[in-house]
Ligand binder design. Structure first.
Ligand code: NAP
Length: 458
């Protein structure tokens, strides 16, 4: 290990990719490092906190591992600092030898059908932020006052959205959903959910454990059309080693044979169906869909058979996209930061010294949380290979403390102790409400109140 002053690295984003990058920086043990993990929120963990469904407590448990990284002596958490607003690339260069962008993918893909922007047509990202209690959302954002809805997409987020809509308030009570949102879910009038996949069961992106959850709900029957899981033997033989698709098919076939129990809610899981128009004047009153098939070259085509579903809301859950970062190269088609092995590339394809990317902003919104570990480790290997040049670029100059760089930026900077105060306040709220281990605070003011209480107590 080098005995020089630490290599200073800023990680932008404290989701799994950012924290795994910080972890790799401290573990690879090739350099002394000082890592600052910056986040626009005073709460760390990114999508683990504001993306993983509240009832997936086992997956959320990864926060315990991520916590250990933030408590490493070589790592600091700096909350309340938004890249592009409070700090930019040039400011970072005054304080750090290198920066890793790990800002994820925070907006929804567009369906590009008429009526997409009607009231009641909802991006999954918005709904997920809402039930996860993101501080930028508000309780009034959703009123579940319609009996029939559609969820479009065949990925795990579509399953999350469907499950949260289908569960009873009792089933959700032990989760960390903020109480005002839980009250809205408890008053939901939704009785029927059409979950629409534009291709077949073999092409669905669901993973089996998540799919299984849907079939184990106290409050909802899942209806699968037997003819849609009656796959011809040739296609099934072509599955070969595709274990995930085989497992999904087995689960779906079981469901197709299950008797309908008449539970309070019903989920119609329907394949080979794509939306062609969202209908309504001021708000959604229906969804026009078309049956689909694959042509001889495997391309998705419409069959010309249309139908109108009588739904009052449409949840569009067709994938997440990255958002450009001010002054950082961006590939508008892939919606990622262009890179080679994690090193950010400029417009001429040249490596931009000292700039790196990890996670969804590097590779797109794919994979599970654990995928980010190896992804971030690869980026960090490249960064540490570059350490001699990064130090040389510093010259004799001492980096400025980031606190100094942030002066006058307007950022309300918070630290790990502030997060622990929020964490404790959320545990207190759960205890007071008799609900599970945590109930999320809601909104920036509640965060500041919890942090202020800590500061007031010295
Ligand atoms: P995703 O896995 O990419 O699924 C997107 C779905 O939308 C696909 O079924 C896709 O169908 C469909 N789609 C795309 N464009 C469409 C269109 N124009 N019309 C109709 N359907 C369309 O995305 P995601 O569900 O947002 O998940 C993102 C990532 O997070 C995934 O890696 C996922 O596994 C992960 N995640 C994991 C968990 C978990 O482990 N529990 C939970 C949530 C999310 P095509 O295949 O035909 O394009």
């Amino acid at each position: 290990m080098s005995s020089l002053t630490p290599l200073r690295v800023a990680v932008i984003g404290s989701g799994p990719a950012g924290i795994y990058a910080a972890d790799a920086l401290t573990r690879q043990n090739r350099e002394t490092v000082a890592v600052d993990v910056l986040d626009r929120l005073p709460t760390p963990y990114g999508l683990v906190r504001y993306g993983v469904a509240p009832d997936h407590t086992k997956i959320k448990g990864v926060a315990r591992t991520l916590r250990g990284v933030l408590e490493h002596p070589g790592v600091r958490f700096i909350g309340g600092v938004e890249f592009g607003r409070h700090i930019g690339r040039d400011d970072l260069a005054r304080a750090y030898d290198a920066v890793i962008y790990a800002t994820g993918a925070s907006v929804d893909r567009r369906l590009d059908v008429p009526g997409e922007d009607l009231a009641g047509s909802v991006a999954a990202t918005d709904f997920v932020n809402w039930y996860c209690g993101h501080p930028d959302t508000e309780v009034e954002r959703f009123l579940l006052d319609t009996e029939e809805v559609a969820v479009v997409g065949a990925g795990n987020v579509a399953l999350d959205v469907t499950r949260i809509l289908a569960k009873s308030a009792e089933e959700l009570s032990a989760t960390d959903i903020p109480q005002p949102m839980l009250d809205v879910l408890a008053a939901s009038k939704i009785r029927r959910i059409h979950l629409l996949a534009r291709r077949g069961p073999l092409q669905a992106k669901f993973t089996a454990p998540e799919l299984k959850d849907l079939g184990a709900l106290d409050n909802a029957d899942v209806v699968v059309r037997p003819e849609q899981v009656d796959i011809d033997p040739n296609s099934e033989a072509m599955l070969g080693a595709a274990r995930a698709a085989r497992t999904n098919l087995r689960i779906l076939r079981e469901w197709a044979e299950r008797p309908f129990e008449g539970k309070p809610r019903r989920i119609d899981l329907r394949f080979w169906t794509r939306p062609v128009a969202i209908l309504g004047e001021d708000r959604v009153t229906g969804l026009r869909v078309e049956n689909t098939t694959l042509d001889t070259e495997g391309r998705l085509v419409g069959t010309g058979e249309h139908e109108t579903l009588d739904v009052g809301m449409v949840f569009r859950s067709i994938g997440y996209m990255g958002v450009p970062l001010a002054g950082v190269p961006f590939d508008g088609t892939a919606r990622t930061v262009p890179h080679t092995g994690g090193r950010v590339l400029g417009s001429g394809g040249n490596v931009l010294p000292g700039q790196y990317a990890a996670g969804w902003i590097k590779r797109g919104a794919t994979g599970v949380i654990g995928t980010n570990k190896s992804d971030a480790a690869a980026t960090v290997r490249a960064l540490l290979d570059d350490a001699p040049e990064l130090r040389a670029a510093r010259g004799g100059a001492e980096p400025e403390p980031v606190e100094q760089v942030l002066q006058g930026s307007g950022a309300i900077v918070s630290d790990y102790a502030d997060w622990l105060a929020i964490d404790a306040a959320e545990a207190d709220r759960a205890a007071a409400l008799g609900r599970g281990e945590r109930v999320k605070l809601l909104g920036w003011d509640e965060f500041y109140d919890a942090m202020g209480a800590l500061r007031a107590n010295g």
